[in-house]
Design a protein around this ligand. Sequence first.
Ligand code: NI
Ligand code: MN
Length: 226
Amino acid sequence: MKITYLGHSCFLVTTAKARLIIDPYLTGNPLAAAKADDIHVDYILCSHGHEDHTGDALAIAKRCHAQIVANYEIAEYFGAQGANTLGMNPGGAHVFPFGKVKLTLAHHSSSVNAGLNPIYLGNPCGLLLFADGKTVYHAGDTALFLDMQLIGKYPIDVAMVPIGDNFTMGPEDAAAALDLLKPKLAVPMHYNTWPPIAVDPQEFVEAAAVHDHTVRVLKPGEALEI
Ligand code: NI
Ligand code: MN
């Protein structure tokens, strides 16, 4: 399995049988390592409704005839705009030709068009991806929460965790999350995209090292093979 970081919380995951993009936000993302038009995938996974996690989902879904997999409300929202979607909800898993996706809890919010008339887009989620004998956890946007210890019962090979603070966990809480998740490797995300989430990822690396957790900081465009 190849995991390529495209900036913010967006990852391209290439499995033996399918290409997936998680939280597609390339258009308007100052750190984007790819253009939305250059993405070719079979599935689009969205952790929650915010535009910095769903911004390019509809366009990619339509151009690639890819299926959007997300919570029920996000699936209905994009389904009503002509996309092929599969709605799920936390605790639920679905088996695909490439493997299995399970939605987990996340503590955050989920809407689009925030302002006077935000559209509610269900509960925020994390994503567990089981494919090619590997387990990947993408935490979405979330606070630290104790139920992460239940997610940690899976043998997580790679955990992508937000560290940018302000909207999500900061470096200290993200390091504490690793005590609950116990991944073989952690990759930080959701930082340095804009000033409110400016964070030195070394803070996370050092906080994680105190408890012997291994972190790999990926620059946008960098990939790892597991
Ligand atoms: Ni968010
Ligand atoms: Mn976000």
